[in-house]
Design a protein around this ligand. Structure first.
Ligand code: MG
Length: 289
């Protein structure tokens, strides 16, 4: 199922996205918010499936999709997690202090919940005082059952589903402050959506491709299987210390083709449109202002 959070003027609710863009309003079947649905687990999904046939269908034009989930915790994100992007980043001279192109352990940082926006919402580059806003198309993993010290071998059982994240970054702030938090957390710098695809529906996520375009021009195109640290490894590494909670989102890193990889760098400008697509999930489109 493709689950969405939508607003038709009567407040945010949970729905199921149909192929034609219509949304079946299943609010209440498994709670009021996506967090409720995630916490309800398999039983919640069964309730939604059972409600599908008798729930109102709302046409696409009558509603607005919001970010599918607002996690309790910051969005957890992974730096330099595609082989090609690690090379590109190293070649850009961005971080001259880094001795190793491929890190020994996943680089984990977080993005503030207040940076999350939905599909169609504007990325506001005026929030970045340095004028170096860049896109990073990424696969987002939504945690279902939480846990502490989750072993990689059983980690996929903790995945509720998948979404698309644009890890928008103020490059100069990212470089200036050592820790990435400020450069990654400006308001509107975490577009997410358009939906969460439940894990059962997607099958082998490694087989999916991620593509990013800016104004229709191809910038990123890579298979998810190019990840340096795969999803089970990331869940094991993070949960070694952090107790993951239902609804937590892990942005798994970006492939090559980001703006800072160009010479000279090509940053986002007002008037641009960024689209990030992942097979089986959908396209996250955001204008830039
Ligand atoms: Mg990133």
């Amino acid at each position: 199922m493709k689950l969405v959070t939508f607003d038709d003027g009567a407040g945010p609710r949970v729905g199921v996205l149909a192929a034609d863009g219509a949304v079946v309003d299943v609010s209440g079947a498994a709670g009021e918010t996506m967090l409720d649905v995630v916490e309800a687990g398999e039983a919640g999904l069964d309730s939604i499936r059972a409600a599908l046939g008798s729930s109102p269908v709302l046409p696409e034009r009558s509603l607005r999709l919001l970010a599918p989930i607002m996690p309790r915790n910051n969005v957890m994100a992974v730096g330099r997690n595609y082989h090609d992007h690690a090379k590109e980043f190293s070649a850009s001279g961005f971080d001259a202090s880094e001795k190793k192109m491929i890190p020994d352990h996943p680089i984990i940082f977080t993005k503030a919940v207040s940076s999350i926006v939905g599909p169609g919402d504007a990325i506001d580059t005026s929030m970045d005082p340095t004028g170096t806003s860049d896109y990073e198309g990424e696969l987002g993993v939504v945690i279902g059952t939480g846990g502490h010290r989750i072993a990689a071998t059983g980690a996929m059982a903790h995945v509720f589903g998948y979404t698309v994240v644009n890890d928008v970054t103020a490059r100069t702030l990212q470089a200036q402050h050592v820790q990435f938090f400020i450069g990654k957390s400006a308001a509107t710098f975490c577009p997410m959506g358009p939906c969460i695809v439940t894990a059962d529906e997607i099958g082998d996520i490694g087989a999916a491709r991620l593509r990013t375009t800016v104004n229709g021009e191809s910038r990123q195109d890579a298979p998810i299987s190019d990840l340096i640290f795969d999803i089970p490894t990331l869940i094991e590494a993070i949960s070694a210390a952090v107790r993951l909670q239902p609804g937590d989102v892990i942005a798994t890193g970006t492939p090559s083709g980001v703006g800072i990889g160009f010479d000279p760098p090509v940053y986002l400008r007002p008037g641009d449109t960024v689209e990030v697509s992942i097979d089986g999930i959908g396209t996250l489109t955001n204008p830039v202002v």
